[in-house]
Design a protein around this ligand. Sequence first.
Ligand SMILES: Cc1cc2nc3c(=O)[nH]c(=O)nc-3n(C[C@H](O)[C@H](O)[C@H](O)COP(=O)(O)OP(=O)(O)OC[C@H]3O[C@@H](n4cnc5c(N)ncnc54)[C@H](O)[C@@H]3O)c2cc1C
Length: 480
Amino acid sequence: MQECFDTVIIGAGIAGLYTALNLDPAMRVLVLAKGSLERSSSVRAQGGIAAAIDSADSEDAHLNDSLIAGGFKNNTEALKILVSEAPRTVQNLMDYGVQFDRRADGSLDLSLEGGHSHPRVLHCRDATGREIIHRLMEAVSLNRNITVWEDAMAVGIRQILGGFGLEVLREGARVPVAAGSCVLATGGVGRVYEYTSNSASATGDGLLLAGQLGARIRHMGWMQFHPTAFADHQRECFLLSETMRGDGAHILNAEGREFLGGYDPRGDLAPRDVICRAMRAESRRLGDDRFFLDFSAVPAKFAEERYPNISAKLRAEGFSLTEDKIPIYPCQHYLMGGIDTALNGETNVRGLFAVGECAHTGIHGSSRLAGNSMLEDLVFAKQIAEELNGRTGFSAKGGSFGLPGRTGTEALPAGLRTELRAIMQRAYFIEPDPAAVVSGIERVREIRSMLDGSRFALTRQYVETKALANAAYLILKEVL
Ligand SMILES: Cc1cc2nc3c(=O)[nH]c(=O)nc-3n(C[C@H](O)[C@H](O)[C@H](O)COP(=O)(O)OP(=O)(O)OC[C@H]3O[C@@H](n4cnc5c(N)ncnc54)[C@H](O)[C@@H]3O)c2cc1C
């Protein structure tokens, strides 16, 4: 017998948790996380959240900076909602207990980040996402209408009478779940690259599920790369926050010289895509792809207090935050495209919503302004909740459905994920390589069709590999 809910939210990052908290307490809500609640890109977010709250700042300036960063390809209607809701949204976070850093006079400390014309990024030292997630988790635990399942992975979805039928892998068993509406909040696709800042959960599962229902997916080629990952070449890259450059850090080339001003007048404070392309051009010019972050002009006391986690990580790796030139390199960071939604967060499939990094609201255009991602998660989570709170007629309570029969027992061939990552890293890292895109997409097509069908055992590994192959295909198809 299936479990029934009014709404099921797939994903427990900032987007999923905030949607749940804003739903009418009379609704029965299920939130799924395929791992622990501590494993999401949200928890890893460092720099902060943008809001024009300073009296010298304005929503128009925030909007304008977002348009410039996004190459004027943004959805301006959605962007207007984002910037106008930002001050209220950060106030709501404070009401949930989020402690943003303050100056000695008690005012909020606002950081400057690349692409912003004004300091407007609220932060909790260098671990803003973790602080927000922990406060949201506390609030969720006090809401009796919200059930959270950790280690519960949605692996299939279909439309049934009155809503959606989901297949969930929980504690090794296949569990049917019925819900009147469904919110996809599964995060990004970073794990399709060799080097990414994203958490291990970012395998693009939401895109696979959305595709199973015929939901529209757009702009998968709009991929953001972050210029300053610590260069220890780990799979899960550790970022040196962009706010460090707002606080006076400089990127140096292999010769130890500042060079960004030669590529763009905004220098170190140019948006991420501009800096990544400049780094690529500079490495070609010098025939050397080493880069460094220099934070030595910043007083050590301030740096240690503002960036305790980054400092501790560097110390463990044998580097001083302010005395050494820290080796850096770019890594994949964020997907601007995704599951296409209207302003209320709904996809073209009635009752199916998407929010957060898996969604494409269009606010970012082709390159996201720093600090706008967590803001988008929160603002559009609220839009979805308000839409669902005002809706009646969705209830899967009466509809019963059976899980599809499955006999597959074969294990996945080894090395598929490694191969997909190598293809993506070659074909489209910062800029597409046309020849590698052509050869890459052929092989991705083969892998994708090999994974279709039911001969393989239904495991997390299998579904994630299928989702990664799907994401790689959608990305390469767009940049082909
Ligand atoms: C290192 C780093 C630093 C960042 N810094 C900033 C910053 O300073 N400011 C900013 O605005 N943005 C920042 N970002 C971006 C921002 O943090 C993310 O885009 C945002 O938090 C994504 O939130 P989300 O809720 O959409 O997804 P996530 O936080 O990634 O959560 C996804 C959730 O979905 C679950 N899930 C996925 N698939 C399934 C499935 N099949 N079944 C069940 N559950 C599933 C996962 O378990 C997880 O709970 C940063 C990102 C990273 C990685």
